[in-house]
Design a protein around this ligand. Structure first.
Ligand code: SF4
Length: 82
């Protein structure tokens, strides 16, 4: 019984606080969208695939410097510096 408990503890062992930081950001993700608003000239960035119920368009508001999430896909073209 004790041996089974030790095996189970090893199977589900999680190291706390060891999250690897990604180098990629939302800036180079192909899902990033730039929305330009005519009324005030403001430009906001949204994620095209992550939803939010806090924005008027239903998309998650992001910043270019945000660390990339698990859905990240790198842009292929070279004009990604906007
Ligand atoms: S939140 Fe994720 S999927 Fe959306 S733009 Fe950023 S990295 Fe890409």
């Amino acid at each position: 019984m004790q041996k089974n408990m030790n095996i189970q503890m090893k199977l589900f062992e999680v190291e706390a606080g060891k999250k690897e930081k990604r180098e990629e950001t939302c800036r180079t993700c192909k899902h990033r969208q730039r929305w330009e608003y005519d009324d005030n000239g403001k430009i906001l960035q949204y994620c095209g695939i992550r939803k939010s119920n806090r924005t008027m368009n239903g998309l998650l508001k992001i910043k270019c410097k945000n660390e990339a999430c698990i859905l990240y896909q790198k842009i292929n073209n070279k004009n990604s510096s906007k």
